[in-house]
Design a protein. Structure first.
Length: 240
């Protein structure tokens, strides 16, 4: 089986790691990211409110780009703003572009919001910052359709979170939905309330499972891939 190629790619605020078996698949992902960002930037130029609101956006137009409509629809499920789904949406479009070029192995990690198409088993590590819960990962069997694994954190990374999770991870076949849900889940994690209660914030159709780490505590929700020990190196995390 051909080796897995890896490329770090940055376009303005979008910072991704792309994994594929062929260079043309990586090129397809890069082009998709450029295209979708252009659609978003044009839309935001016309309506800056889209980028800054933390509330559902309800001024959608019929001729809005597909990525804009997707972000609006998925974030509204959880009562939050559309930018909560941006990283997952971009990753999802990129993986679809790779599949259109014939890829059967395509992974786009957009700052911890990951879209995965894996025709061989892989392990996806969970990074929870300074939490003592370390070196865990999800063991994913081979699959023929993409999967979204998205993470929000109140202690790691530049994204806005109003909660206290070291890692709030959501899994869904809809990666944009998973991204918005991870934001909502992270926001719901308080300083000391029982972790299991925070899952009420994402109790919606389409969510396959979730995991929250807060300090020394971890809670699981619904169906998750098997957890296993994995060497999670912070230097391998997609960041600027």
């Amino acid at each position: 089986m051909p080796e897995i190629l890896k490329e770090h790619f940055q376009l303005k605020e979008t910072i991704v790691t792309i994994f594929a078996r062929e260079e043309k698949h990586i090129a397809a992902a890069r082009e998709s990211i450029r295209e979708q960002r252009a659609y978003l930037e044009d839309f935001i130029r016309d309506d800056p409110f889209f980028q800054i609101t933390f509330e559902p956006y309800d001024s959608i137009q019929d001729d809005a780009p597909r990525i804009v409509k997707q972000m609006i629809e998925k974030s509204a499920v959880f009562g939050i703003g559309p930018m909560s789904a941006v990283a997952g949406a971009i990753a999802g479009f990129a993986v679809q572009a790779m599949m259109d070029e014939g890829a059967t192995y395509a992974v786009v990690d957009n700052g911890g919001d990951i879209c995965i198409l894996n025709d061989q088993p892989i392990v996806v590590g969970i990074y929870a910052g300074s939490s003592p819960i370390q070196n865990l990962g999800f063991e994913l069997p081979a699959r023929r359709t993409p999967l979204g694994i998205c993470t929000s954190s109140g202690s790691v990374g530049p994204s806005i979170s109003f909660g206290f999770a070291d890692a709030a991870v959501v899994i869904s076949e809809d990666v944009a939905l998973a991204d918005a849900a991870a934001t909502a889940l992270g926001n719901a994690v308080t300083v000391d309330e029982p972790l299991q209660e925070c899952f009420q914030a994402i109790d919606q159709p389409g969510i396959d499972g979730a995991l929250v780490i807060r300090g020394k505590e971890m809670a699981l929700y619904k169906e998750l891939p098997p957890l296993r020990r994995a060497r999670v190196n912070a230097e391998r995390i997609t960041k600027g």
